[in-house]
Design a protein around this ligand. Structure first.
Ligand code: HEC
Ligand code: HEC
Length: 361
């Protein structure tokens, strides 16, 4: 055998071996439990855009590492189920449950939970989310101000580096122990450091302080209520003139230009790329619910006659960017991503609406 052939053969053999160990492990898990297999498929469709194909996190923005060993050591099925169903409205994490107008029934949420739990590498530390410690929130506030705002924001509202800590849906379902363990050990493999030099008292104080952050998400400032639009209302201002936009990088249009085009009654289509639960809560006036994961079906109804089609989300570019990529792949001639997302749009006081039937929780 020539030395060269030998090298090739050894290389091939090592590939086969690596796959036999790596691939088999994955394959066996999925084969054993159909819920896990289904859950993974759902995860790829709905969640991977932000949380990553392998649940490694940070595919878009600050969507955390759901497959992280330290996260799954404290995040049990109940916690995950609630987070997925109810989401963190007001952040890029939508309410995915059908109860809120999202796409997932309880069975599907359970399958995703089964998939995520199958990634756990450490035993789950069970804890009671209703039990409260006896820390001093005032001392906790001082400790927080010293070590945490850089990533989690001054009031725990989250930043583009780390998740929020103040969302009521998080604080309602998280246990004191989950918080304490996360602060002491951190999350290895993410930016969350372990604060293992903190005294037991400081940890209690910090947890007590985090509990005080629980503020309801600001309700969208919406005097306007719209029913889900039918196909007859696909195009905004159908009689209007075409808008003229200057695009950044051939792709992004500023909110200011879009607001001006709406005020000038220009002809447009605006797509809300988030799950419909988010559209219901707060959307740009006249925008269609057009969830990024339904692109196959939805693209069929859009006009291909050169009408400008814009997409936005909260992320600010992940879901809307995906929609515009897909539309461009399908040769829609005039498309763009609204640059700053719905949060900025709302903050600027540009026109927004919510669903007519919305039950504010
Ligand atoms: C558009 C981006 C995006 C998509 C799509 C998305 N998430 Fe999230 N998710 C986030 C962000 C951002 C956070 C952190 C929210 C915060 O700061 O409060 C989050 C938080 C979470 C949390 C809570 C984690 C914690 O530690 O509190 C879970 C669980 C979760 N997501 C699961 C999912 C699942 C399952 C799906 C699919 C059904 C999904 N997410 C889809 C962006 C997304
Ligand atoms: C250098 C940035 C950084 C600093 C500083 C930091 N964190 Fe974090 N923290 C993170 C990131 C990133 C995550 C999410 C990691 C993941 O799971 O993907 C996180 C997660 C958490 C979580 C879990 C949130 C959840 O939804 O599960 C808690 C609780 C937390 N941090 C508390 C704190 C506290 C309290 C401090 C200050 C003592 C602090 N962090 C300082 C980056 C930071």
């Amino acid at each position: 055998m020539s030395p060269r052939l030998r090298v090739v053969l050894v290389f091939l053999a090592s590939l086969v071996l690596a796959c036999a160990t790596g691939c088999r492990r994955r394959y066996v898990v999925h084969k054993q439990d159909p819920a896990v297999r289904e859950g993974r498929a759902l995860f790829l469709r709905y969640c991977a855009l932000c949380h990553g194909k392998e649940a490694q996190g940070y595919a878009a923005d600050h969507a955390n590492a759901l497959g992280n060993a330290d996260f799954l050591a404290v995040a049990g099925p109940e916690f995950l189920r609630a987070a997925i169903t109810d989401g963190h409205p007001g952040t890029p994490m939508s309410a995915w449950g059908k109860a809120h107008g999202g796409p997932l029934g309880p069975g599907e949420v359970d399958q995703i939970v089964a998939y995520l739990r199958s990634l756990a590498k450490k035993p789950l530390i069970k804890s009671d989310p209703t039990k409260r410690g006896s820390g001093d929130p005032r001392r906790g506030a001082i400790a927080y101000a010293k070590s945490c705002p850089l990533c989690h924001g001054i009031h725990g509202e989250g930043t583009n580096r780390a998740t929020s800590l103040a969302h009521p849906n998080f604080l309602r379902t998280v246990s004191d122990e989950y918080l304490r363990i996360t602060i002491v050990h951190g999350r290895v493999g993410t930016e969350m450091p372990g604060f293992n030099s903190f005294s037991s008292q400081t940890l209690d104080d910090l947890v007590a302080y985090l509990r005080t952050l629980d503020a309801p998400p600001t309700p969208p400032p919406s005097p306007l209520y719209e029913p889900p639009p039918g196909l007859d209302r696909l195009v905004i201002n159908p009689q209007g003139q075409k808008p003229v936009f200057t695009l950044r990088e051939g792709r992004y249009v500023s909110s200011a230009q879009v607001a001006q085009a709406l005020a000038d009654k220009r002809k447009l289509v605006i797509l809300d790329a988030r799950p419909t639960s988010d559209w219901s809560r707060n959307h740009i006036v006249g925008a269609l619910p057009f969830p990024f994961y339904d692109i196959e079906e939805m693209a069929k109804v859009l006009p291909k006659d050169g009408t400008f089609i814009l997409a936005y989300c909260a992320c600010p570019h992940a879901a809307s960017g995906h929609v515009v990529d897909e539309l461009r792949r399908r040769k829609f001639p005039a498309t763009a991503v609204i640059d700053e997302g719905i949060g900025f749009w709302t903050l600027k006081g540009y026109p927004v609406a919510q669903a007519a039937q919305l039950k504010i929780p």
